[in-house]
Design a binder for this molecule. Sequence first.
Ligand code: PLP
Length: 393
Amino acid sequence: MDLANRVKTLTPSSTLAITAKAKELKSQGYDVIGLGVGEPDFNTPEFIIEAAADAMKQGQTKYTPAGGIPELKKAIAKKFDSDNDLTYSASEIIVTTGAKHALYTLFQVLLNDGDEVIVPAPYWVSYPEQVKLAGGKPVMVQADEKNSFKLTPEQLKDSITSKTKAVIINSPSNPTGMMYTEDELKKLGEVCLNHNILIISDEIYEKLIYTNDKHVSIASFSDQLKDQTVIINGVSKSHAMTGWRIGYAAGPEKIIKAMTSLASHSTSNPTSIAQYAALAAYQADGDANKEMRKVFSERLELLYSLLNDIPGIQCIKPKGAFYLFPNVSEAAESNGFDSVDEWVKALLEEEKVALVPGSGFGSPDNVRLSYATSTEALQEAAKRIKRFVVNHQ
Ligand code: PLP
C-alpha cells in the first residue's frame, strides 16, 4: 500500500532519533548520558497530581467541550491578564492536546496550498514539518549567531512575499535559549502589521527565564498586534507536565473558532483529567516552579562554564528554556570529522554522550544539549566531551 504524498517528505524528529539511539545503547548495558531530552526531569508537583485524582473520583472522566472546560479557559484568561497584560475572552482561547497540537491545528486552519510561513532558524524541529503537513511552505530564514540567533526586522521584511501568511516567533527559544527584547519584538511586530502577516508567538518557555529579563508577549503592545497574533503556550515545561498533554492557543475569535471545529473532529477534547490538573496548576501560586527554575539556573551556569572550557567549542549564554546550543564546528573540524553530525555520532559511540545535532534545527554547526538532567550527569558529560575532543586532536 502506497502512503499519502503528504507524509512522504516528513522528517522524523532528530531529537527523538538520538534519544532512541541512546536508549538502545543503554539497553545493551552501556553507561549512556542523554542530553537530548526536551522535558523537565522534575515530577509534576504533588498538588497537581492530587487535583487530577480528585477529578477522577468526582467523575470528571467524560468528554468535555472540544475547546476545553470553561473553568480552565477562565484560569488561562486570568493568567494572560496577570502575566502578560492581555485580555482574552473564552471564545478567544482553545485548550489543546499539548502546545504541539495547538500549532498543528493552527496551521491546518490557516494555510492553503503554497502559503508561506517564515520560520527563523534555528527552529524547533516540528515547525517546518507541521507547516508542510498543512500544505504550506516553510521559509527558513537563518538568524545570525552573532545576533544571538535572533531574526532582524530587515531579514523578516526581505523574506516576505505575496504568499506569506505568518511568521513564527519563539522566545525564549528552543533550541537556543535566546530571548527577544521588548524593542526587538516591537520592531518585528511593526513589519508584520505593515505587511499584514500573522504572528505565531510560541511562549511555551515563558516561565523558564534565568536572568532579570522579563518575558513580554508581542501581542501586548497594541490592539492591532493582538488582533494579528496567536499565542501558543501550555503547562508542559512550566509545571513539569509534559505527559499530561495540555497546551492552548489564544488569538482572534475567527481562528480559534475554526481550530475548535477541527479539534471537535480530531481529538474531541484534550483529556478531561489533565484539564483539571492544569486548572489546579493555574489556580495555584504563579511562582509554583520557583524551585525548578533555581535548579535549572544553577545547572545552566555549570554547563555553560564547562563547555566554554573545551577547545573548539563556543557557546553563547542562553537566557531561558533548558538548552545550550554551542557552535562545535571548530572542534569537529580539528577532530577530523566532515560534519558536526558525524562528530555527534562518534561522540555517542565512543564516549556514550548523546547530544542532538543542530542540523535538525536548521543550524548544522551547532549541537543542542539539554540540562534537564542531574548535575552529576552534566559534569560527567562535559568531562567525556572534553576527553573526546582532546583525544581526537
Ligand atoms: N514549542 C516548543 C518550542 C517546544 O520546545 C515544545 C516542546 O518541546 C512545544 C512547543 C510543545 O510542547 P507540548 O506539546 O508538550 O505542550
